[in-house]
Design a binder for this molecule. Structure first.
Ligand code: NDP
Length: 296
């Protein structure tokens, strides 16, 4: 069997196009322009690239982009004051504080100071609780992107066995909650799971969010399963820098029914879902109906 490739790049372009249409409609019909504020503290090179890409994508869909770049030695009080001012700013509908923050800053405190209604990363403790209890929330972007692709591929997910490898707060746990919300039978695996291979082989949907290059090989995949590879790992092979996922693509694709590649799978969906969340936050803030198909 050769797996169908789930093209995240194309899917993300489609989500961005839908957001762009809705943004234009908001402006024409209500005179509202959704705005996203991104806060970057320090000069972490990967974070700088992410923030640049977020800014470009935000502007491209017609939203306002507010960038706040602060020096690495910014004090906690100053950062909290900035977050509070963004909470109060009616032009800002979404706030994202780029993680990781420098070690002297308390990330939990900063994130939990964001107005939950503007928390487009979905990391605020209120949003975590709302998602966990099946209530309307802001949903973390990467798992939301995975859910959208899974719904598109499968239609209904109810009754499918889903295994999520990884239990982080930003990917593994919210992914599992979303799959549970769609009535999958969900298993969360992690570094202490016994016989991971056997656990994974029971999955109709296998989500890998481990952070270990190519760890999930074809032997972990049930024939015909859908494999979602969240991993982004920079490795060196044959003297060249290469981006690989947590899934060994060639062996897994030989067994799976469908699979996301790396790059070009989950990655592009993350920013697309950030834009979708900003649009959702803007609609909610203005008492307007939420855009269909762009939320959980
Ligand atoms: P974390 O390091 O926070 O979590 C990794 C998880 O994998 C942990 O729960 C850990 O278990 C588990 N794990 C580690 N080793 C093993 C093992 N040998 N067997 C089973 N489970 C294991 O990572 P993140 O969730 O933040 O990210 C996961 C991957 O996703 C990374 O490659 C990251 O770069 C990528 N990522 C991609 C994004 C995108 O936009 N596409 C966005 C965010 C992340 P334990 O808890 O027991 O330690």
């Amino acid at each position: 069997m050769t797996a169908k490739v789930i093209d995240g790049k194309e899917f993300a372009a489609n989500v961005r196009a839908q957001v762009q249409v809705q943004v234009a409609k908001l402006r024409e019909e209500h005179g509202i322009k959704p705005g996203l504020a991104v806060v970057l503290v320090g000069e972490d090179p990967a974070s700088q690239v992410y923030v640049r890409n977020k800014h470009a994508s935000t502007v491209e869909v017609g939203m306002a982009s507010f960038e706040h770049r602060l020096p690495a030695d910014t004090g906690e009080a100053d950062l909290l004051a900035l977050v509070e001012s963004l909470n109060a700013d009616p032009k800002v509908h979404g706030i994202l504080v780029q993680l990781p923050l420098p070690a002297h800053l308390n990330s939990d405190l900063i994130i939990n100071t964001i107005d939950p209604a503007k928390d487009v990363d979905g990391f605020h403790i209120s949003n975590v609780g709302l998602l966990g209890t099946g209530q309307k929330s802001m949903v973390p972007c990467t798992p939301l992107g995975c859910l959208m692709m899974l719904r598109d591929h499968h239609g209904k997910l109810a009754g499918l066995n889903a295994v999520v490898v990884g239990r982080s707060n930003i990917v593994g746990k919210p992914m599992a909650q979303l799959l549970l919300g769609d009535s999958c039978t969900v298993t969360i695996a992690h570094s202490r799971t016994k016989d991971l291979q056997a656990v994974c082989r029971g999955a109709d949907i296998l989500v890998a969010a481990v952070g270990r290059p190519e760890m999930i090989t074809g032997d972990f995949v049930k024939p015909g399963a859908t494999v979602i590879d969240v991993g982004i790992n920079r490795i060196e092979r044959d003297g060249k820098a290469k981006l690989v996922g947590d899934v060994h693509y060639a062996s897994a694709a030989a067994v799976a029914g469908a699979i996301t590649p790396v790059p070009g799978g989950v990655g592009p969906m993350t920013i697309a879902c950030l834009l979708a969340n900003t649009l959702t936050a803007c609609c909610r803030a203005n008492g307007l109906p939420e855009p269909e198909g762009l939320t959980a």
